[in-house]
Design a binder for this molecule. Sequence first.
Ligand SMILES: [Fe+2]
Length: 291
Amino acid sequence: MADRRKRLPNNAAGEFFVDSTCINCDACRQLAPATFDEAGDASFVRAQPQNIDDRQKAFRALLACPVGSIGSDDPAGARTALRDFPLPIEDAVYYCGFNSSDSYGASSYFVQHPEGNWMVDAPRYTEHLVREFVKRGGIAYIFLTHRDDVADASKWARRFQSRRIIHSLERSAQPDAEWIIEGTEPITLAPGFIAIPTPGHTRGHCVLLHERFLFTGDHLAWNREHDRLMAWRSKCWYSWSEQVASMAALSRSDFEWVLPGHGQRVKLTIAEMRQHVSSLVRRMKAQRWRD
Ligand SMILES: [Fe+2]
């Protein structure tokens, strides 16, 4: 619950505000870019919503905020936005919302599939999402890209009897995971779902390829400021040279969507995506220094 006494001074006057507990995870700026912006190391309300659509998006941001830093004069207004989650992205792929502070506000996803539904990384455990996932047939698999973004995965697994999938090198973050994958080669987990090991950000980081969708964890995201793909050198915990190699290998895969844990999602054509990945690899190589 946001605290008006901690309201950041640069918020535009009006209904919505961000307080000083913001961790600058970017979730609100992605969900409601007309309302929220970044200043220093926090988000703030740049402009109050001017129409119903932007107000709805601001309430979605309020609900997704992992640390409850967003407040509104009308907390009841969030109820209508609650119904929007999980938020459809395309086809049967959804953004869960309810980002968790345990994963530093990482985004998580849900894929509805006739052979069993998937969760990719985990949101906060909330009864609203439980009800929505029950309606959609539960969660058969929880794919965990890496150790940082497991959040409430064990609670979700317990509730839905899901199989948690994680690489053996990340296992310490989820020691009782039901399915441990190994090695550095892509693994078909189920028809249409391929785990691709992408060591770099962490040693056992993996992305998940499902049809045109690539769930990228903290390996790859879109930089909306420069309109190009990006990887975080300053947040590479294991090996930059390995992350460069992982990125280069990824250019062999075809996908249209990049759906990251942290950072902006994006959809391009397969050809554009290939070009962007190649150009990112070139820039990453230029950034190489001792790991
Ligand atoms: Fe991470």
